[in-house]
Design a protein around this ligand. Structure first.
Ligand SMILES: Cc1cc2nc3c(=O)[nH]c(=O)nc-3n(C[C@H](O)[C@H](O)[C@H](O)COP(=O)(O)O)c2cc1C
Length: 192
């Protein structure tokens, strides 16, 4: 599957999984895609805990009350960041961006390999779920689980969410300028 096909096919999946394990080789390929992601100053700040031990998978799965994909996950990828990130560029750190870039790469790899997942982030912040999972995974005190990906082979097709049309969010050369054929003014300032 080429990258545009994977982008078009990717969607959040919260349905049931087939009861078949995800081979470690596939999990390695997925996380390798995350490792290849860009990161601020190439600091590669995100680390990953691949969870494929069935009893441990079930303990994490049991924490979610409503999301079937989490409840039936065959594996998880826990993406971990520093609790107190060090600045890497002019006082700034990029840990959230680094982690997000890795996660999107992994979601595309998951899709390309025929699996499905959903970006679990908001839920981790509720009721100490990130802490609980971090403890289960033996994270050192300085690290926290920032994003969790359930992985498995989808047992159902799942609706893709509509995305706003290109023109609603995208402009050429000047914010609010919709088409490439709209001329710029002589000063290059568009049509006001
Ligand atoms: C920063 C972020 C946090 C998210 N947190 C959750 C979450 O906690 N639980 C969940 O089910 N989905 C979560 N999602 C998935 C979004 O709900 C989903 O991407 C969005 O509804 C668009 O649907 P799509 O992924 O199918 O395009 C999160 C996505 C992002 C980018």
């Amino acid at each position: 599957m080429d990258v545009f096909a994977a982008i078009a096919k990717r969607h959040s999946y919260r349905g049931p999984y087939k009861p078949q394990p995800v081979p470690r080789e596939d999990l390695r390929r997925i996380v390798q895609a995350g490792l290849q992601a860009p990161s601020g100053r190439n600091m590669q700040t995100t680390s990953f805990v691949i969870v494929d031990d069935p009893p441990l998978v079930r303990r994490i799965a049991a924490l979610h009350a409503t999301n079937t994909a989490v409840q039936q996950a065959q594996a998880f990828i826990a993406c971990c960041v520093d609790r107190q990130p060090q600045p890497v560029y002019e006082g700034h750190h990029f840990q959230v961006e680094d982690c997000a870039a890795a996660v999107e790469n992994m979601l595309l790899a998951i899709t390309a390999l025929g699996y499905a997942s959903v970006w679990i982030d908001g839920w981790l912040r509720l009721e100490n779920h990130a802490e609980t999972i971090g403890n289960l995974l033996g994270l050192p005190p300085a690290k926290a689980v920032r994003i969790l990906l359930p992985v498995g082979a989808p047992a159902e097709t799942w609706p893709q969410k509509d995305k706003k049309p290109f023109e609603a969010r995208t402009f050429f050369n000047r914010y609010g300028r919709h088409t490439a054929s709209e001329p710029l003014s002589p000063r290059g300032e568009g049509q006001g």
